[in-house]
Design a protein around this ligand. Sequence first.
Ligand code: 5GP
Length: 179
Amino acid sequence: MIFVISGPSGVGKSTIIKYLDRQDELYFSISYTTRPIRNDESKGIDYYYISENQFNEMIDQEKFVEYEEYGGYMYGTARTELSKLSEYRALVLDLEVNGATNILKEYPNSIGIFIDINNRELKKRLKIRGHEDETFIKTRINLADKQRDKKGQFEYYILNEEILTTVNKINDIIYNRIL
Ligand code: 5GP
């Protein structure tokens, strides 16, 4: 079983995913990215960090089941990650919305979970992160609205109002579906 977790940028998805129950039956897919590693991340745990050349080589060798450009960097899910399905009851993928809908189409049995927040909250979060520029904020809100256009393709929709409640909801969905 494949769980695809997605949602507009800025909803706090990566934090939510970090708090999900790491049950033995679950495998959390590790993506490849050309983005530089952040201070709080570890190689081979959060991502496989590779150069643009290496990424392009992997595209040529058809090693990705999906890949997308996001914020100026490339992100991709290797086919080898999906093959972990033979070892685990379920895979969890954390993808931006385009990659997520591609996987949902390609694997019709996969389960989509769309995490959202309202625009007022999104604005607040962007400001907390130091983005005061109104044009930047407007662009991000427009992007979130566009990403929401695809929410109908996801089986579950969760409005992230309180992080632990959201984490519990996702844990429940996963647990109930893999039983
Ligand atoms: P970040 O750079 O903040 O870790 O991730 C940026 C965005 O890329 C997030 O929305 C995350 O879900 C998405 N992402 C991470 N890995 C992949 C991937 O392999 N494919 C796609 N399509 N998106 C990914």
